[in-house]
Structure formats: C-alpha cells, structure tokens
Design a protein around this ligand. Structure first.
Ligand code: AMP
Length: 195
C-alpha cells in the first residue's frame, strides 16, 4: 500500500526543506503545490494569470483547481510508493478531497501528519529572509503577514482534523534543520517499513 505523508505547518516552518531531505533519503517524492503553481507561471493562460495574482497577494488558489492538480500529480509513476505532500492540503475541503482520492484511487490513506510548530515572529523573519535569498515575489512583509493569517484561518484547523484521526506528531520546528530531521526521519522510516 502506498504511503502518504502530509507535512503541516505555516509557510517558512521548514516543511519544504525536510521534504527534500526525506525524498533524498527514502525516495519518497515531494509534492509541493506551491512549486507546481510556480512552475505554471511559464504558461501564458488565463488560469496561470489567475494563479499568479492569488499567489502574489498571499491568498489561496481555489480548492477545485488545487485538488485537480494534486490528483494528476499523484497519478504519475514516481508516486507509486506514495508521496510527501508539502503545502497541501491547506483547507478542510482539500483534506476531505484527499482522503476520498486516496481511498478511491489508491486504496490507501494518509499515514502520518508531522506538524511543524514555530512562533509567528520566527515565521515572519524566515519568510523575509527567504525573500532576500530567493527573490520570491510572494515574500514581501505584507504578503508574509497575509500568508501567515491565511494559514491560521484556513490551514490550522487541519491539525484538529488529523489529530482526530490519530495521525499527528508534533515537531518543534524552531530548532536546526538537522535537529528536526533527526526527529522526523525515524518516524518516516518506521511508517515506510510498515507499508
Ligand atoms: P507555498 O510555496 O507552499 O508557500 O505556496 C505558495 C502559494 O501557492 C500559496 O501562498 C498559495 O497562493 C498557493 N498554494 C500552494 N498550495 C496551495 C494549496 N494547497 N491550496 C491553495 N493555494 C495553494
């Protein structure tokens, strides 16, 4: 049965960094909806323009569009053994759609939900540092604040959603990359060995 891991936490909490480490170590692909939407930006279509506007403002792309994109991505051959979802789901509607997709199409379910905890101040600091380092258009101070508020309002309720399913493990993500990885890797390894 394929293994699906949902990395949950605010933007800038280190989900992407850990997802890359896990992908390298265990060969479980990182599916980042943010990266998929950014890749779309080379296209000159109405949809690409709509997505860019939403991203630049720090809002959320509509659930239906996001779900459709993840559905297509999870059907690709490299996801045969499962995937690590980074930045998806971000709403309860997306989480429910994911549950249905995994059950109906892959006869599976979400197996683990590491939740990355970092203070608001540290998040804003990290997002702005990333803006300077990577030149991301959606990383201005105003947009950083907005993205954090959107997380609090729409995505944080997912902690409750997955806690009720007994899937949550909490990580103190204010620690170094290596410290977080040292806690996270064995959990992932254990989950994969049981699959
Ligand atoms: P990220 O790189 O994960 O921080 O995502 C960058 C931006 O892409 C977000 O601020 C949203 O505008 C959009 N986005 C990424 N994932 C989702 C999602 N699951 N649902 C809606 N919008 C998303």
């Amino acid at each position: 049965m394929p293994t699906y891991i949902v990395l949950l936490g605010p933007p800038g909490s280190g989900k992407g960094t850990q997802a890359k480490l896990i992908a390298k170590q265990f060969g479980l692909p990182q599916i980042s909806t943010g990266d998929l939407f950014r890749a779309l930006q080379t296209q000159d279509t109405d949809f690409a323009r709509k997505v860019r506007k939403i991203m630049d403002e720090g809002g959320l792309v509509p659930d239906a569009d996001t779900i459709e994109m993840v559905k297509a991505r999870l059907a690709e051959p490299d996801c045969k053994k499962g995937a690590m979802l980074d930045g998806f789901p971000r709403t309860v509607v997306q989480a429910q759609a994911l549950d249905k997709l995994l059950a109906d199409t892959f006869k599976s379910s979400v197996g683990l939900v590491p939740v990355f905890h970092v203070s608001r101040e540290e998040i804003i600091r990290r997002i702005l540092k990333r803006a300077a380092d990577e030149g991301r258009a959606d990383d201005t101070p105003e947009v950083a604040e907005k993205r954090y508020e959107v997380y609090r309002a729409n995505t944080e309720p997912l902690i409750e959603y997955y806690t009720a399913k007994g899937l949550v493990v909490t990580l103190d993500a204010s620690r170094t990359i290596d410290e977080v990885a040292a806690q996270l890797m064995p959990l992932v390894e254990k989950k994969l060995s049981k699959a």
